[in-house]
Design a protein around this ligand. Structure first.
Ligand code: 6PG
Length: 243
């Protein structure tokens, strides 16, 4: 992916700190005109560390126009240990913005209904912005799996080709199997997409992302992260171990 901006830092902690610092800058700048700010968060070890550090930041806590979303979520009840939003729960009391939680089985008929209602919530919250400039998120933080998956879009899965904004996944190779996930049309409507990857286990996926070859459908099917591109910027923030 020739147009990807790479930031390489010595440790995962420095990756988390850099991502949070850059997100705070985006939130500060975008909210200065009292505009809505939309940020999509992710799961995984780096993702959840970013989420907790972000919501512990006073600027973020006090941003009334900030909307936080999840580009994927496990279809388990709020508070379950597998939830991507789990470590935000104790921080919500101090946050004046809005976290858009994906409905779990306790508040939705099934995973398909949860995906449909999340898509509707996303549409309602972003419709004026999408009409203005065809964008959804200001920034989407995208975790990278060792197999190159992003959100719950896995190699050689049908989700690669989904055109709905949000889909139900029932066969995730990464447990738990049942999830709600954004698709490429939604992720790539982000003004900026920031892929975060730490650890040697991600080295091959990072190498595939940074390959100079023109991106083909086959490359994307093999490494779904190759299909991620923000409308204005695509970043890879990684540690030395991963590249
Ligand atoms: C999920 C995540 C997933 C994650 C990657 C990276 O719900 O599992 O959204 O896409 O971001 O698998 O996770 P690790 O950083 O734990 O490898």
């Amino acid at each position: 992916m020739g147009d990807i901006q790479v930031t390489s830092l010595p440790t995962p902690d420095e990756v988390v700190a850099a991502v949070v610092s850059d997100l705070v800058s985006v939130i500060t700048e975008r909210s200065a005109t009292n505009a809505d700010v939309h940020i999509a968060l992710t799961g995984g070890t780096v993702g959840v560390a970013i989420n907790a550090a972000l919501l512990s930041n006073p600027v973020v806590q006090n941003c009334r126009t900030l909307h936080l979303w999840f580009s994927d979520e496990r279809y388990v009840p709020r508070g379950h240990e597998d939830r991507n939003d789990l470590n935000l729960e104790p921080l919500l009391a101090n946050f004046v913005g809005r976290v858009h939680h994906v409905a779990g089985p306790e508040t939705s008929e099934n995973v398909q209904a949860s995906a449909a209602s999340y898509a509707q919530e996303l549409h309602l919250a972003t419709t004026s912005r999408f009409c203005a400039d065809n964008t959804l998120m200001d920034v989407s933080i995208i975790g990278l799996g060792p197999d190159g998956h992003i959100a719950s879009i896995f190699p050689h899965s049908q989700t690669l080709y989904a055109t709905d904004a949000v889909v139900a996944v029932t066969d995730s190779p990464k447990p738990p199997p049942v999830r709600v996930s954004w698709t490429y049309p939604t992720i790539n409507a982000s003004r900026e997409a920031w892929i975060v990857a730490c650890g040697e286990a991600k080295a091959q996926a990072v190498a595939n992302i940074l390959a100079d070859d023109p991106i083909t459908e086959q490359m994307i099917a093999q490494t779904p992260a190759c299909g991620v591109h923000g409308k204005y910027e695509t970043r890879l923030i990684t540690d030395f171990a991963a590249n």
